[in-house]
Ligand binder design. Structure first.
Ligand code: ADE
Length: 230
């Protein structure tokens, strides 16, 4: 998979991309992640990429020119057009199902903006899908882009050491995960449930399934309601 990120802050991605699973996935050739600075495509000597909104109002709006020029440059870097995603709080909510869907793409092109918003022609002209990572406003799309990259890349075959772990975890079946325990058997008076020490794998699987349902009902009943309606 190839992921291109168009951003005003490429340096913001350096640290998250250089550790743990994201680093390993790049080192192992599962994903190539390329960062391109939108400001390099500014049309004036001040490297201006935003301007006041027509019609008045507060804040600044990302200008279409630098984003289009940056996009067109990035498009030439790979034959695959890719799925173009615009990170914005107005977008469709990003969730595990969408992460799975994106992980099947050959290429993703993520556009992260700063400032109050994008000129509408960026969305319409580039045919971009709007994606939000949650109902809150971040100061820019960079953190949102990193959330998407992390959730997608860890689903690529071979990204996690243990193939089964991505399938078992929270949300993969629309439920929260069952509780996990490791050594010691008793920690400060708190004991590991006997069933996990029983060696009875069928019983353990059943217990885990019940725990998942119980926890989802208690902590995230909205997930059960959502799955009823689909
Ligand atoms: N940019 C600012 N807030 C955002 C959000 N919640 N999701 C995606 N992009 C954003």
């Amino acid at each position: 998979m190839r992921i291109d990120v168009l951003t005003l802050f490429p340096q913001a991605f350096e640290s998250p991309l250089s550790c743990s699973i994201l680093k390993r996935a790049q080192d192992n050739g599962l994903v190539e992640i390329a960062l391109t600075d939108i400001r390099d495509f500014a049309e004036d000597n001040y490297r201006k990429v935003d301007d006041k909104p027509y019609g008045g109002g507060p804040g600044m709006v990302m200008m279409p020119g630098p984003v289009f020029d940056c996009f067109e440059h990035v498009q030439k870097l790979s034959a695959e057009r890719g799925r173009v995603l615009l990170l914005t709080p107005q977008g469709q909510k990003f969730d595990q199902a969408r992460a799975l869907e994106f992980s099947a793409e050959k290429r993703l092109v993520l556009i992260a903006g700063k400032y109050e918003g994008f000129d509408e022609r960026i969305r319409t002209g580039l045919g971009a899908e709007q994606i939000s990572v949650g109902d809150y406003v971040l100061s820019g799309g960079e953190l949102a882009a990193m959330v998407v990259i992390d959730a997608v890349v860890r689903l690529l075959a071979g990204a996690l050491g243990d193939e089964s772990s991505a399938k078992d975890e929270s949300f993969s079946e629309g439920l929260l995960e069952y509780p996990h325990y490791t050594r010691p058997e008793i920690f400060r008076g708190m004991k590991v449930p006997d069933i996990l020490l029983s060696g009875d794998h069928a019983k353990i699987a059943e217990w885990r399934c019940q725990q998942s349902i119980k926890r989802t009902k208690k902590w995230r009943p909205d997930l059960l309601r959502d799955s009823d309606t689909t």
